[in-house]
Design a protein around this ligand. Structure first.
Ligand code: SF4
Ligand code: SF4
Length: 176
């Protein structure tokens, strides 16, 4: 069956699952499974889900987040856009905190064209690493991932699958 990727429906399903998701978030954090064992379960589901969801047809994270940029990101983007670094900063970036940190100034991101990134080969590190489900430490980042379920179909479906598998393994009844 095709995975749901319509972001309005994902938001609705996240809201509907909120109580159960909070309960399972606590159970995951208190699970007898080691962090490595949970990461192995996450990896399996991430591989299955990411094979079925095409980020280029979604682009929702680019519509709602203003990712931070490293100095190297700014240099690479300025080169790609054939603009002086200072012009790129003025046109597209907000300056944060001590005046040395930058993030994209607008959402949706001004580099989004349709649902695709127009600067994809030189996109910022933060964009490359989102949603980060392939990285170890799922449980230690669960609060962040949980809060992103309504934004990202990949996170939503992986979270739901991991939740079901842990529930089945530990013999916990669904609250639904
Ligand atoms: S730079 Fe590209 S990947 Fe990053 S938020 Fe903008 S459109 Fe999305
Ligand atoms: S990372 Fe998530 S929100 Fe971003 S484009 Fe891919 S599926 Fe959509």
């Amino acid at each position: 069956m095709k995975l749901e990727t319509d972001i309005r429906k994902i938001e609705e399903m996240t809201r509907a699952n909120d109580k159960e998701d909070r309960q399972y978030r606590s159970l995951l954090e208190a699970s007898d499974l080691t962090s490595e064992e949970i990461d192995t379960i996450v990896q399996k589901h991430y591989e299955e889900v990411s094979a079925q969801i095409e980020c280029r047809e979604c682009g929702n994270c680019c519509k709602v987040f203003c990712p931070p940029l490293t100095s190297g990101d700014i240099d690479r983007l300025a080169l790609l856009k054939k603009m002086p670094r200072e012009d790129l900063i003025r046109k597209y970036l907000a300056v944060c905190r001590n005046g040395e940190e930058h993030s994209i100034k607008f959402s949706p991101c001004p580099f989004l064209a349709g649902n695709e990134c127009s600067v994809y080969p030189e996109r910022p590190e933060a964009c490359r690493s989102y949603p980060g489900l392939e990285r170890p430490g799922f449980v230690s980042r669960i609060g962040y991932l949980f809060s992103n379920c309504s934004v990202c179909p990949l996170i939503y479906h992986v979270y739901e699958r991991v939740k079901r598998e842990i529930r089945d393994r530990e013999g916990i009844k669904s609250t639904h």
